[in-house]
Design a protein. Structure first.
Length: 153
């Protein structure tokens, strides 16, 4: 039986952490500890981690709590022990502007909507274009981190 190797980890969560009295305020400390615990539990001390910061607001402004979680997610780029092996990226900048344009009145033009989206904003409008851009951005960042990991071996 071949043993599996955990070579990289992508985190693209956090929406529900916007809610409640404590979660948004504790997200940064919890995210940092999560990465530390993940590396310890899987015995991969410099496991490359890519974090997709919340971006459901697309071209608009994030809510106050979404901004708190985004800031906490992006703060992982500043953690000294994570330099070169953790990268947080914004996802709202990759928005599908056509899906964003069509969504507000989608019930009145379902056929047009179904060509560009399939869900509510909390799921990035269900836009294949938006998800594809996010996936490519994650992969590009992971490749950089994996290259850094190879250099450190």
């Amino acid at each position: 039986v071949k043993e599996l190797e955990l070579a990289g980890f992508v985190w693209f969560q956090g929406f529900n952490d916007m809610f409640g009295d404590y979660a948004p305020h504790e997200y940064e400390a919890n995210m940092k500890q999560f990465i530390i615990d993940l590396r310890k539990d899987f015995n991969v001390p410099n496991l490359p981690v890519v974090i997709g910061a919340l971006g459901q607001h697309g071209s608009g402004d994030p809510s106050e709590n979404m901004k708190k979680v985004q800031v906490a997610q992006m703060a992982m780029n500043q953690v000294a022990e994570f330099k070169g092996n953790v990268k947080s990226i914004y996802t709202h900048t990759l928005v599908d502007k056509e899906a964003e344009r069509v969504f507000p009145g989608w019930q009145d033009h379902v056929e047009e909507w179904e060509k560009v989206g399939s869900d509510r904003p909390y799921h990035y409008l269900g836009s294949a274009i938006w998800f594809n851009r996010i996936g490519h951005a994650f992969a590009d960042e992971m490749l950089v981190l994996l290259k850094n990991a190879d250099v450190k071996k």
